[in-house]
Design a protein around this ligand. Structure first.
Ligand code: SAH
Ligand code: SF4
Ligand code: F3S
Length: 443
């Protein structure tokens, strides 16, 4: 009988994509995917280290999988950013883990699953080869992530990512375009180019030029990208939003804070005035989203007030806001005593103020669309995304991959709801059932 694997994914799009690559490596080595950990011979946890809470999730998941191991001898592997950060220390804390691998070693999963061990050295930038996606595992889906670059060369003082993902390496543009073409041939209609700092791409052309090359792949319907650093926003990239019809009008451009003094402590390398100048050049239909950190070291009440003021006058479509979480190996941690920690209850109150401001605004923006028809790419029966990347639930019989028009009837901060009004364009290659389905579970 074929052995079965199960991958549990935490974290960002990079991790989701890495889980898919690891699943493909296991399929090639003769493993089979399973949708439930209970029936797995191998459980792989792909981890996130961005905040302490993310790390806690790993250990509570491992507690459950440890029981499986006792019951049926399931092998357990830990991949991703916590693996990269903790290396062998992870085995001291969780000795029942069989193997540990960092994000540079995705293709070694089958070998490690057999032999156990630790692979967390970074591969030299000039020797690094990006794993190639198997388009077959995306058959039956409307959307796919395509890796454009990996790593991060910035030094934001709060952030552990440069430590867990290493230096920036860009993937050759020809490779990216070939992968997109293969995905489109398998029925995928929308690609999201991903990287921790995707707009600093330098794999043979500029990022704006890469978007144009991807847009020239016959049959590609929609292009998105994430995530971008405000310092690398070029006028050429801004022009793409009006000149490349396949590029969707959504831009995630995390500001992190609305006070210059906090941005300086965060080492973000821009001021609010710089940021405002850059976003002012975007076409008005582009839905802008952002990340905000509340309660960063030394954040005063006045800085928090500046943050709220900035958020009030910036028309963000949506916002992801987080409580600051001190991370090992980061610049800020060395300054903890000097800058001072914000008491938890104060930080929580500030976070709530930021979130309620944005909740009200997102709801208002969504409500404005009631009665409108929005264009939705169907990702699941009755679910898809608008051009701006809003989640849309609808009643209708459209298939995965169809482009439909939905008449909006209701709105909540999280989604629009409505009725399928008409099919604009049927899926190019009808979504046949996935032959080699990958079990990739997030959360
Ligand atoms: N490369 C992206 C960010 C990736 S991490 C960028 O520069 O914008 C995703 C988000 O997690 C960040 O934008 C930040 O808001 C948040 N984050 C990162 N480190 C954090 C920390 N230590 N505590 C709280 N939030 C953090
Ligand atoms: Fe982290 Fe800053 Fe790099 Fe983003 S740009 S991944 S926040 S160090
Ligand atoms: Fe988390 Fe690593 Fe992504 S820390 S956010 S999984 S790059």
């Amino acid at each position: 009988m074929q052995r079965r694997y199960y991958i549990h994914t935490f974290g960002c799009q990079m991790n989701e994509s890495d889980s898919q690559r690891m699943g493909e490596a296991l399929l090639r080595a003769g493993w089979q995917a399973t949708e439930a950990a209970d029936g797995a011979d191998l459980v792989l946890v792909n981890t996130c280290a961005i905040r302490e809470k993310a790390e806690d999730k790993l250990f509570s998941a491992l507690g459950r999988y440890r029981l499986l191991k006792a019951q049926r001898g399931t092998r357990i592997g830990v991949a991703g950013c916590v693996a990269q950060q903790k290396k062998e220390a992870l085995l001291h804390r969780a000795p029942f883990v069989d193997f540990v691998l960092g994000p540079d070693h995705l293709d070694k999963v089958p070998q490690l699953a057999e032999q156990g061990g630790i692979e967390t050295d970074f591969i030299d930038s000039h020797e690094y080869l990006f794993p190639q996606a198997d388009p077959e595992t995306s058959r039956g889906r409307a959307t796919a992530f395509v890796t454009a670059m990996k790593g991060c060369d910035n030094v934001c003082s709060f952030c552990v990512v440069p430590y867990t993902r290493g230096r920036e390496v860009s993937r050759p543009d020809g490779e990216i375009v070939r992968e997109v073409a293969a995905l489109v041939a398998a029925g995928v209609r929308e690609v999201t180019l991903i990287g921790q700092n995707v707009n600093s791409y330098a794999g043979g052309c500029t990022f704006a030029e890469l978007i144009r090359r991807v847009a020239s792949v016959p049959g590609i319907l929609r292009i998105r990208f994430t995530t971008s650093h405000p310092m690398d926003l070029s006028p050429e990239l801004v022009r793409c939003f009006s000149q490349v019809p396949q590029l969707m009008p959504h831009f995630h451009l995390p500001v992190q804070h609305g006070a210059d003094s906090v941005l300086a402590r965060m080492r973000r390398k821009y001021t609010i005035a710089d940021y405002q100048r850059r976003i002012a050049s975007l076409p008005p239909e582009v839905a802008l989203t952002s990340d905000i950190i509340c309660g960063f070291l030394g954040e005063t009440e006045d800085e928090h007030r500046q943050n709220l003021e900035f958020l009030r006058c910036t028309p963000y479509d949506n916002l992801f806001s987080f409580l600051y979480s001190p991370r090992p190996h980061t610049g800020a941690i060395l300054k903890m005593a000097e800058w001072g920690e914000v008491p938890r209850e104060v930080a929580l109150r500030r976070l709530e103020e930021v979130q309620s401001l944005q909740r009200a605004r997102t709801l208002q923006r969504h409500r404005q669309r009631i009665g409108d028809r929005v264009e939705v790419l169907v990702e699941d029966r009755g679910f898809g995304r608008s051009r701006e990347n809003w989640a849309v639930q609808f009643a209708g019989d459209a298939e995965v991959g169809d482009l439909v028009e939905v008449l909006v009837e209701k709105a909540s901060p999280a989604a629009l709801r409505g009725m399928q009004a008409r099919v604009i364009d049927r899926a190019a290659a009808p979504a046949t059932q996935q032959k080699r389905r990958l079990a990739v579970v997030s959360g």
